[in-house]
Design a protein around this ligand. Sequence first.
Ligand code: SAM
Length: 233
Amino acid sequence: MTQLYLVPTPIGNLEDITLRAIRVLKEVDVILAEDTRTSGNLLRHLGISKPMTAFHLNNEHQQVSHIADRIEAGETMALVTDAGTPAISDPGYMLVRECINRGLQVECLPGPTAFVPALVNSGLPAERFIFEGFLPHKKGRQTKIQQMASYPYTTILYESPYRLVKTLQQLQEVMGPDRRVSVARELTKIHEENVRGTLAEVIQYFSQKDVKGEIVIVIESGERNPEALNETK
Ligand code: SAM
């Protein structure tokens, strides 16, 4: 029997939660939440009242063995984050590793995550891709961008709206103005947009705006796919 569930939650549209996710959240003894206030709102919306324990990246390290002890002692738990799938640029990985090491049963439910719709909406090849999550802010950033320039697969980044234009400009410096990209903004929300084009075109589009909301950048492979050349915005 599963002892720790990782439960994906909506990345915007509250309809994007599975029936199984709702059942699991109702059945477990405790919900581990990245932010108990954010998850409290979701649980209220779903009509679920359940004890919650905070579990976030700042204390993930300290909490892991304590939580695993509790699971070992018989409590069933579900880990949720503010949005999307736990452990994807979010807390969860260390707890999963610890539970596996102790022989506890772990199960991640399938569900919302931002990079999959961003990739599919991009129209760039999706059979193989590299997910880089957030770029390092300072140390290693330039080296990573240099590496990414020759990745042979479509590459996906998470980015904050405040850094979007600067990051696209840094990508352009290394990859050139003609590399195709797609920027997914506010996926599943009212103001969702997917802006597709060359780096030069997409930079021009976002430079004229006060960029808000959540962002995924999808970048064409460094080995140019001839089919991708014909794609239009
Ligand atoms: N665990 C989440 C997942 O499964 O996608 C990711 C959590 S990470 C802390 C948050 C980042 O995910 C945001 O900064 C943004 O890059 C991306 N993201 C989350 N929701 C999004 C949305 N609705 N539209 C676009 N990007 C989103």
